[in-house]
Ligand binder design. Structure first.
Ligand code: ATP
Ligand SMILES: Nc1nc2c(ncn2[C@@H]2O[C@H](COP(=O)(O)O)[C@@H](O)[C@H]2O)c(=O)[nH]1
Length: 197
C-alpha cells in the first residue's frame, strides 16, 4: 500500500501592496500575477461596497451584504477588516483566502489599505510590503478623476484617506513609484526575486 501523498508544511509567504487610491494598485496586480518570478495567488477580499460595472463576484471581490459581512466578522473569519474610506463600506481579508494561496504553494498577494496592511505585517513580520505611490500627489488625483468611477464626494474622501496613508508609507519595507507602469512592475519583480532567495 502506498502512503498517501503529503505536502510538506510550508510557511505562508505574503506580499502586501498598498497605496493611495488612483496610484495604480489594481493595474499593477493584473500585470504582476502574470509576470512575477514567483507564483502569486491574488487574495480576493470581501467588501460591502456595491460592484462597479464589469466587476465579478469571487474574482474582484466577494460582494457581501452588511449583515453577511458582520456575521463573518463575528465568526472570526477575517484576519483584518477596515472601513477604508470612512463611508460605511467595509473591506476584509478572509483567512480562507490565505489558506487557498498556501495550499497552492504560492505567495498570498494582498492589495489592501494601510491600516489592514499594518495588521498583516504585525501577524506576518516576514511579509514583503510594498507601498505604491506616484511622482506627485496630483498624479493619483488626476488618475482617479480620469478613471471616472467615483463621485466628487468619493474622490474627496479618497484624497483624505490618501493623505493619512502617505504618512504611514515608512512602515513598509519598499516604496515603489508608479510613474512608469513597466518600470514599477519590474521593480516589484526584483523585490520578489530577492525575497525568494
Ligand atoms: N503608470 C501609470 N501611468 C498612467 N496611468 C496609470 C498608471 N498606472 C495606472 N494608471 C491608471 O490610473 C487609474 C487608477 O489605477 P487603478 O485603478 O489601478 O488604481 P488603484 O490604486 O487600484 O485605485 P483604487 O484604490 O481606487 O481602487 C486607472 O485608470 C489606470 O489605468
Ligand atoms: N483593509 C483592507 N483594505 C482593502 C481590502 N480590499 C481592498 N482594500 C482597499 O480598499 C480600497 C478601496 O478599494 P476600491 O475597490 O473600493 O477602489 C483600496 O485602497 C484597497 O486597497 C481588504 O481586504 N482589507
Amino acid at each position: 500500500m502506498t502512503a498517501p501523498e503529503t505536502r510538506p508544511f510550508v510557511d505562508i509567504r505574503v506580499l502586501v501592496l498598498s497605496g493611495p487610491s488612483g496610484s495604480g494598485k489594481s493595474t499593477i496586480v493584473d500585470r504582476l500575477v502574470n509576470v512575477a518570478p514567483v507564483q502569486l495567488v491574488k487574495v480576493v477580499s470581501a467588501t460591502t461596497r456595491p460592484p462597479r460595472a464589469g466587476e465579478v463576484n469571487g474574482r474582484d471581490y466577494y460582494f457581501l451584504s452588511p449583515e453577511e459581512f458582520e456575521q463573518k466578522r463575528q465568526a472570526g473569519e477575517f484576519i483584518e477588516c477596515e472601513e477604508v474610506h470612512g463611508n460605511g463600506n467595509w473591506y476584509g481579508t478572509l483567512r480562507s483566502e490565505l489558506t487557498r494561496a498556501q495550499q497552492a504553494g504560492a505567495w498570498a498577494f494582498l492589495e489592501i489599505d494601510v491600516q489592514g496592511a499594518l495588521s498583516i505585517i504585525k501577524e506576518y513580520p516576514d511579509a514583503v510590503s510594498v507601498f505604491l505611490t506616484t511622482a506627485s500627489e496630483g498624479d493619483y488625483e488626476q488618475r482617479l478623476r480620469n478613471r471616472g468611477t467615483e463621485s466628487e464626494d468619493a474622490i474627496q474622501q479618497r484624497l483624505e484617506t490618501a493623505r493619512r496613508e502617505l504618512k504611514l508609507s515608512k512602515e513598509y519595507k519598499h516604496i515603489v513609484v508608479n510613474d512608469d507602469l513597466d518600470r514599477a512592475v519590474s521593480e516589484i519583480c526584483h523585490i520578489l526575486a530577492s525575497a525568494e532567495g
